[in-house]
Design a protein around this ligand. Structure first.
Ligand code: TXA
Ligand code: MG
Length: 346
Protein backbone atom coordinates (compact mmCIF):
# COMPACT_ATOMS: atom_id res chain seq x y z
CA UNK A 1 0.00 0.00 0.00
CA UNK A 2 1.23 3.48 -0.80
CA UNK A 3 1.42 5.54 2.39
CA UNK A 4 1.16 9.33 2.21
CA UNK A 5 3.51 10.79 4.82
CA UNK A 6 3.01 14.25 6.33
CA UNK A 7 5.48 15.77 8.73
CA UNK A 8 3.66 18.29 10.92
CA UNK A 9 5.16 20.62 13.52
CA UNK A 10 2.81 20.97 16.48
CA UNK A 11 3.98 24.56 16.99
CA UNK A 12 3.29 25.55 13.40
CA UNK A 13 0.54 23.29 12.08
CA UNK A 14 0.42 23.10 8.30
CA UNK A 15 -3.30 23.16 7.48
CA UNK A 16 -2.73 21.77 3.98
CA UNK A 17 -1.09 18.64 5.33
CA UNK A 18 -3.94 18.26 7.84
CA UNK A 19 -6.47 18.55 5.00
CA UNK A 20 -4.62 15.97 2.91
CA UNK A 21 -4.70 13.39 5.73
CA UNK A 22 -8.24 14.20 6.89
CA UNK A 23 -9.48 13.73 3.34
CA UNK A 24 -8.15 10.16 3.44
CA UNK A 25 -10.15 9.58 6.63
CA UNK A 26 -13.28 11.08 5.08
CA UNK A 27 -12.83 8.68 2.13
CA UNK A 28 -12.87 5.67 4.46
CA UNK A 29 -9.10 5.14 4.59
CA UNK A 30 -6.69 4.69 7.51
CA UNK A 31 -4.42 7.42 8.89
CA UNK A 32 -1.95 7.33 11.79
CA UNK A 33 -1.65 10.51 13.87
CA UNK A 34 -0.12 11.56 17.20
CA UNK A 35 -2.17 12.06 20.35
CA UNK A 36 -1.06 13.21 23.82
CA UNK A 37 -0.91 9.53 24.94
CA UNK A 38 0.37 7.38 22.05
CA UNK A 39 0.04 7.43 18.26
CA UNK A 40 -3.38 6.27 17.05
CA UNK A 41 -4.37 4.39 13.88
CA UNK A 42 -7.58 6.08 12.80
CA UNK A 43 -10.52 5.48 10.49
CA UNK A 44 -14.15 6.64 10.30
CA UNK A 45 -15.77 5.03 13.39
CA UNK A 46 -19.20 4.96 11.74
CA UNK A 47 -18.06 3.19 8.56
CA UNK A 48 -17.71 -0.59 9.02
CA UNK A 49 -15.52 -1.03 5.98
CA UNK A 50 -13.15 1.68 7.15
CA UNK A 51 -12.98 0.15 10.64
CA UNK A 52 -12.22 -3.25 9.14
CA UNK A 53 -9.04 -1.74 7.67
CA UNK A 54 -7.85 -0.83 11.18
CA UNK A 55 -8.08 -4.45 12.34
CA UNK A 56 -6.28 -5.61 9.20
CA UNK A 57 -3.45 -3.09 9.52
CA UNK A 58 -2.82 -4.04 13.14
CA UNK A 59 -3.52 -7.75 12.89
CA UNK A 60 -5.92 -7.19 15.80
CA UNK A 61 -8.57 -9.67 17.01
CA UNK A 62 -11.97 -8.34 15.93
CA UNK A 63 -13.60 -8.77 19.36
CA UNK A 64 -11.33 -6.08 20.76
CA UNK A 65 -13.34 -2.83 20.67
CA UNK A 66 -11.98 0.52 19.53
CA UNK A 67 -11.97 3.94 21.16
CA UNK A 68 -13.95 6.58 19.26
CA UNK A 69 -12.18 9.96 19.19
CA UNK A 70 -14.24 13.14 18.97
CA UNK A 71 -13.50 16.81 18.50
CA UNK A 72 -16.06 18.41 20.81
CA UNK A 73 -18.22 17.19 23.64
CA UNK A 74 -21.51 17.61 21.75
CA UNK A 75 -20.57 14.65 19.57
CA UNK A 76 -20.76 12.26 22.51
CA UNK A 77 -24.55 12.62 22.50
CA UNK A 78 -24.71 11.31 18.92
CA UNK A 79 -22.76 8.20 19.88
CA UNK A 80 -24.05 7.35 23.36
CA UNK A 81 -27.27 7.31 25.41
CA UNK A 82 -28.26 7.28 29.11
CA UNK A 83 -25.17 9.28 30.07
CA UNK A 84 -25.20 9.68 33.86
CA UNK A 85 -24.13 12.51 36.14
CA UNK A 86 -20.73 11.07 37.03
CA UNK A 87 -19.89 10.58 33.36
CA UNK A 88 -20.79 14.23 32.72
CA UNK A 89 -18.55 15.39 35.55
CA UNK A 90 -15.60 13.34 34.27
CA UNK A 91 -15.99 14.58 30.69
CA UNK A 92 -16.31 18.21 31.79
CA UNK A 93 -13.30 18.02 34.07
CA UNK A 94 -10.83 15.97 32.00
CA UNK A 95 -11.74 16.51 28.33
CA UNK A 96 -9.91 17.22 26.19
CA UNK A 97 -7.36 14.85 27.72
CA UNK A 98 -6.16 11.31 28.34
CA UNK A 99 -9.32 9.64 29.63
CA UNK A 100 -11.73 7.36 27.78
CA UNK A 101 -15.24 6.75 29.07
CA UNK A 102 -17.29 3.62 28.40
CA UNK A 103 -20.92 4.56 27.69
CA UNK A 104 -24.08 2.83 26.38
CA UNK A 105 -23.87 2.97 22.62
CA UNK A 106 -26.46 4.27 20.19
CA UNK A 107 -27.33 2.29 17.05
CA UNK A 108 -25.24 4.61 14.88
CA UNK A 109 -22.06 2.99 16.27
CA UNK A 110 -21.43 -0.22 14.31
CA UNK A 111 -20.75 -3.43 16.23
CA UNK A 112 -17.49 -3.70 14.35
CA UNK A 113 -16.36 -0.57 16.19
CA UNK A 114 -17.67 -1.70 19.59
CA UNK A 115 -16.33 -5.24 19.20
CA UNK A 116 -19.89 -6.56 19.35
CA UNK A 117 -20.61 -4.83 22.69
CA UNK A 118 -23.60 -2.64 23.57
CA UNK A 119 -21.18 -0.03 24.93
CA UNK A 120 -18.82 2.39 23.20
CA UNK A 121 -15.52 3.87 24.36
CA UNK A 122 -15.25 7.63 23.71
CA UNK A 123 -12.38 10.04 24.16
CA UNK A 124 -11.65 13.64 23.25
CA UNK A 125 -7.88 14.01 22.82
CA UNK A 126 -6.07 17.24 23.66
CA UNK A 127 -3.19 16.93 21.18
CA UNK A 128 -3.49 19.84 18.75
CA UNK A 129 -2.65 17.78 15.66
CA UNK A 130 -5.13 15.04 16.64
CA UNK A 131 -7.80 17.67 17.22
CA UNK A 132 -7.25 19.31 13.82
CA UNK A 133 -7.31 15.95 12.04
CA UNK A 134 -10.59 14.87 13.69
CA UNK A 135 -12.24 18.26 13.14
CA UNK A 136 -11.25 18.38 9.49
CA UNK A 137 -12.30 14.74 8.83
CA UNK A 138 -15.80 15.72 10.01
CA UNK A 139 -16.54 12.25 11.45
CA UNK A 140 -15.74 10.52 14.75
CA UNK A 141 -12.48 8.60 14.44
CA UNK A 142 -11.95 5.10 15.80
CA UNK A 143 -8.30 4.76 16.75
CA UNK A 144 -6.43 2.08 18.63
CA UNK A 145 -2.75 2.48 19.41
CA UNK A 146 -0.86 2.41 16.09
CA UNK A 147 1.26 -0.67 16.76
CA UNK A 148 1.08 -4.15 15.29
CA UNK A 149 -1.13 -6.04 17.75
CA UNK A 150 0.88 -7.22 20.77
CA UNK A 151 3.80 -4.79 20.32
CA UNK A 152 4.52 -1.81 22.58
CA UNK A 153 2.40 1.25 21.71
CA UNK A 154 4.22 3.85 19.57
CA UNK A 155 5.15 7.09 21.31
CA UNK A 156 7.54 8.64 18.76
CA UNK A 157 7.28 9.41 15.04
CA UNK A 158 10.07 6.90 14.24
CA UNK A 159 8.10 4.07 15.84
CA UNK A 160 5.12 4.42 13.50
CA UNK A 161 7.22 5.17 10.46
CA UNK A 162 9.29 2.01 10.92
CA UNK A 163 6.45 -0.31 11.90
CA UNK A 164 3.43 0.87 9.90
CA UNK A 165 4.63 2.42 6.62
CA UNK A 166 2.95 0.53 3.78
CA UNK A 167 0.18 -0.80 6.07
CA UNK A 168 -1.99 2.37 6.17
CA UNK A 169 -3.03 5.12 3.71
CA UNK A 170 -1.53 8.02 5.67
CA UNK A 171 0.90 8.74 8.48
CA UNK A 172 1.28 12.06 10.28
CA UNK A 173 4.72 12.34 11.82
CA UNK A 174 4.18 14.82 14.65
CA UNK A 175 6.93 14.36 17.22
CA UNK A 176 6.78 12.69 20.61
CA UNK A 177 3.60 11.92 22.56
CA UNK A 178 3.76 13.62 25.96
CA UNK A 179 2.25 11.04 28.34
CA UNK A 180 3.56 7.92 26.59
CA UNK A 181 0.98 5.61 28.18
CA UNK A 182 -2.51 5.03 26.76
CA UNK A 183 -5.52 6.82 28.22
CA UNK A 184 -7.24 5.73 31.41
CA UNK A 185 -10.32 3.68 30.46
CA UNK A 186 -13.19 4.29 32.88
CA UNK A 187 -16.50 2.41 32.75
CA UNK A 188 -19.16 4.90 33.77
CA UNK A 189 -22.17 2.75 32.87
CA UNK A 190 -22.28 1.27 36.38
CA UNK A 191 -23.30 2.93 39.67
CA UNK A 192 -19.70 2.94 40.91
CA UNK A 193 -17.33 3.73 38.04
CA UNK A 194 -14.54 1.22 37.39
CA UNK A 195 -11.10 1.69 35.86
CA UNK A 196 -10.69 -0.98 33.17
CA UNK A 197 -7.23 0.24 32.14
CA UNK A 198 -5.10 2.50 34.39
CA UNK A 199 -3.56 5.53 32.66
CA UNK A 200 -2.08 8.91 33.42
CA UNK A 201 -5.32 10.20 34.95
CA UNK A 202 -5.15 8.36 38.23
CA UNK A 203 -7.67 6.71 40.54
CA UNK A 204 -6.84 9.37 43.15
CA UNK A 205 -7.60 12.23 40.74
CA UNK A 206 -10.92 10.63 39.76
CA UNK A 207 -11.94 9.94 43.35
CA UNK A 208 -11.30 13.56 44.24
CA UNK A 209 -14.23 14.59 42.08
CA UNK A 210 -16.65 11.64 41.89
CA UNK A 211 -16.00 9.61 45.04
CA UNK A 212 -15.27 5.88 45.07
CA UNK A 213 -13.76 4.44 41.90
CA UNK A 214 -13.02 0.72 41.56
CA UNK A 215 -10.19 -0.90 39.61
CA UNK A 216 -11.00 -4.02 37.59
CA UNK A 217 -9.65 -6.68 40.00
CA UNK A 218 -8.65 -9.00 37.17
CA UNK A 219 -5.78 -6.67 36.20
CA UNK A 220 -3.73 -7.71 39.23
CA UNK A 221 -2.86 -11.28 38.35
CA UNK A 222 -1.99 -13.08 35.15
CA UNK A 223 -4.40 -15.95 35.96
CA UNK A 224 -7.29 -13.48 36.14
CA UNK A 225 -6.49 -11.63 32.92
CA UNK A 226 -8.95 -13.67 30.89
CA UNK A 227 -11.71 -12.07 32.98
CA UNK A 228 -10.63 -8.50 32.23
CA UNK A 229 -13.57 -6.24 31.46
CA UNK A 230 -11.73 -4.34 28.73
CA UNK A 231 -11.27 -7.03 26.08
CA UNK A 232 -7.90 -5.54 25.11
CA UNK A 233 -6.48 -6.26 28.56
CA UNK A 234 -6.86 -10.02 27.98
CA UNK A 235 -4.28 -10.19 25.24
CA UNK A 236 -0.51 -10.39 25.40
CA UNK A 237 0.55 -6.82 24.96
CA UNK A 238 3.46 -4.42 25.04
CA UNK A 239 5.86 -7.23 24.24
CA UNK A 240 9.25 -6.47 22.77
CA UNK A 241 11.20 -9.34 21.17
CA UNK A 242 13.38 -9.49 24.28
CA UNK A 243 12.30 -11.50 27.30
CA UNK A 244 11.41 -9.04 30.10
CA UNK A 245 11.66 -9.64 33.87
CA UNK A 246 10.81 -7.30 36.75
CA UNK A 247 13.15 -7.48 39.73
CA UNK A 248 11.77 -6.33 43.08
CA UNK A 249 13.31 -5.68 46.46
CA UNK A 250 15.12 -2.79 48.14
CA UNK A 251 17.48 -0.68 46.05
CA UNK A 252 20.70 -2.34 47.14
CA UNK A 253 19.43 -5.92 46.74
CA UNK A 254 17.88 -5.14 43.35
CA UNK A 255 21.15 -3.75 42.01
CA UNK A 256 23.11 -6.75 43.34
CA UNK A 257 20.62 -9.25 41.93
CA UNK A 258 20.43 -7.67 38.49
CA UNK A 259 24.21 -7.38 38.22
CA UNK A 260 24.65 -11.03 39.11
CA UNK A 261 22.03 -12.02 36.51
CA UNK A 262 23.86 -9.92 33.91
CA UNK A 263 27.07 -11.85 34.62
CA UNK A 264 25.25 -15.20 34.36
CA UNK A 265 23.69 -14.19 31.04
CA UNK A 266 27.01 -12.95 29.66
CA UNK A 267 28.50 -16.36 30.36
CA UNK A 268 25.67 -17.92 28.35
CA UNK A 269 26.30 -15.48 25.50
CA UNK A 270 23.01 -13.62 26.03
CA UNK A 271 22.83 -9.84 25.60
CA UNK A 272 21.27 -8.27 28.66
CA UNK A 273 19.55 -4.90 29.07
CA UNK A 274 18.57 -3.06 32.25
CA UNK A 275 15.78 -0.48 32.64
CA UNK A 276 16.06 1.69 35.74
CA UNK A 277 15.65 5.10 37.31
CA UNK A 278 18.18 7.68 36.13
CA UNK A 279 19.69 7.90 39.63
CA UNK A 280 20.61 4.18 39.54
CA UNK A 281 21.98 3.94 36.04
CA UNK A 282 25.67 3.98 36.92
CA UNK A 283 25.20 1.10 39.37
CA UNK A 284 24.42 -1.48 36.68
CA UNK A 285 26.50 -3.51 34.28
CA UNK A 286 25.08 -4.54 30.93
CA UNK A 287 23.28 -2.24 28.52
CA UNK A 288 21.41 0.31 30.61
CA UNK A 289 18.46 2.40 29.44
CA UNK A 290 17.41 5.08 31.93
CA UNK A 291 13.66 5.64 32.25
CA UNK A 292 14.10 9.06 33.89
CA UNK A 293 13.81 10.48 37.39
CA UNK A 294 10.09 10.72 38.11
CA UNK A 295 7.15 8.37 37.59
CA UNK A 296 5.85 10.76 34.92
CA UNK A 297 9.13 10.41 33.03
CA UNK A 298 9.10 6.63 33.42
CA UNK A 299 5.58 6.54 31.95
CA UNK A 300 6.62 8.68 29.04
CA UNK A 301 9.81 6.70 28.28
CA UNK A 302 8.76 3.11 28.95
CA UNK A 303 7.52 2.00 25.51
CA UNK A 304 10.43 3.70 23.75
CA UNK A 305 12.88 1.94 26.09
CA UNK A 306 11.35 -1.45 25.23
CA UNK A 307 11.70 -0.68 21.53
CA UNK A 308 15.31 0.49 22.04
CA UNK A 309 16.12 -2.89 23.60
CA UNK A 310 14.93 -4.63 20.44
CA UNK A 311 16.96 -2.30 18.25
CA UNK A 312 20.07 -3.28 20.21
CA UNK A 313 19.18 -6.98 19.82
CA UNK A 314 18.95 -7.47 23.56
CA UNK A 315 17.86 -11.00 24.55
CA UNK A 316 16.86 -10.40 28.16
CA UNK A 317 15.71 -7.20 29.90
CA UNK A 318 15.61 -6.69 33.66
CA UNK A 319 13.55 -3.76 34.90
CA UNK A 320 13.42 -2.23 38.33
CA UNK A 321 10.00 -2.29 39.97
CA UNK A 322 8.15 1.03 40.43
CA UNK A 323 5.73 2.36 43.02
CA UNK A 324 2.07 1.80 42.16
CA UNK A 325 0.99 5.18 43.48
CA UNK A 326 -0.44 7.71 41.03
CA UNK A 327 0.65 7.04 37.46
CA UNK A 328 2.77 4.16 38.85
CA UNK A 329 -0.38 2.03 38.68
CA UNK A 330 -0.43 2.37 34.89
CA UNK A 331 3.33 1.90 34.60
CA UNK A 332 3.33 -1.36 36.57
CA UNK A 333 0.27 -2.58 34.64
CA UNK A 334 2.09 -2.13 31.30
CA UNK A 335 5.42 -3.39 32.63
CA UNK A 336 3.85 -6.55 34.10
CA UNK A 337 2.14 -7.25 30.79
CA UNK A 338 5.31 -6.71 28.78
CA UNK A 339 7.07 -9.08 31.19
CA UNK A 340 4.30 -11.65 30.89
CA UNK A 341 4.06 -11.23 34.71
CA UNK A 342 7.56 -12.68 35.24
CA UNK A 343 8.96 -11.22 38.45
CA UNK A 344 12.13 -12.07 40.36
CA UNK A 345 12.75 -11.41 44.04
CA UNK A 346 16.07 -9.69 44.68
O1 TXA B 1 -4.61 6.60 24.64
C1 TXA B 1 -5.37 5.84 24.02
O2 TXA B 1 -6.42 5.42 24.52
C2 TXA B 1 -4.95 5.41 22.62
C3 TXA B 1 -4.94 6.67 21.73
C4 TXA B 1 -4.66 6.36 20.30
O3 TXA B 1 -6.16 7.35 21.88
N1 TXA B 1 -5.81 4.39 22.11
C5 TXA B 1 -5.76 3.12 22.57
O4 TXA B 1 -6.64 2.25 21.95
O5 TXA B 1 -5.02 2.75 23.45
P1 TXA B 1 -6.52 0.67 22.06
O6 TXA B 1 -7.49 0.16 21.08
O7 TXA B 1 -5.12 0.26 21.91
O8 TXA B 1 -7.06 0.32 23.48
C6 TXA B 1 -8.43 0.44 23.80
C7 TXA B 1 -8.76 -0.30 25.07
C8 TXA B 1 -8.71 -1.79 24.85
O9 TXA B 1 -8.19 -2.42 26.02
C9 TXA B 1 -10.18 -2.12 24.63
O10 TXA B 1 -10.48 -3.46 24.93
C10 TXA B 1 -10.86 -1.14 25.59
O11 TXA B 1 -10.09 0.03 25.47
N2 TXA B 1 -12.24 -0.86 25.18
C11 TXA B 1 -12.66 -0.21 24.07
N3 TXA B 1 -14.01 -0.19 24.01
C12 TXA B 1 -14.46 -0.83 25.11
C13 TXA B 1 -15.76 -1.14 25.62
N4 TXA B 1 -16.86 -0.79 24.98
N5 TXA B 1 -15.83 -1.81 26.79
C14 TXA B 1 -14.70 -2.17 27.46
N6 TXA B 1 -13.45 -1.90 27.02
C15 TXA B 1 -13.33 -1.25 25.87
MG1 MG C 1 -3.32 -0.81 22.14
Amino acid sequence: MNTIISKIDINDIDKNEIKKQSKLLAEGKTVIFPTETVYGLGANALDEDAVKKIYEAKGRPSDNPLIVHIYNKEEVYNLAKNINEKAEIIMDKFWPGPITVILNKKDIVPYRTSGGLETVAVRMPSHLIAREIIKEAGVPIAAPSANISGRPSPTKADHVYEEMKGRVSGIVLGGDCNFGLESTVLDVTTETPMILRPGSITKEELEDIIGTVLIDPSLEKKEDNKKAKAPGMKYTHYSPDADVYIVYGNREDTIKKINSLVVENNEKGLKTGVMCLEQNKDSYNGTVVSLGNTLEEVGSNLFDALRQMDKMNIDIVYSEEFSTSGVGQAIMNRLLKSAGYKIIKA
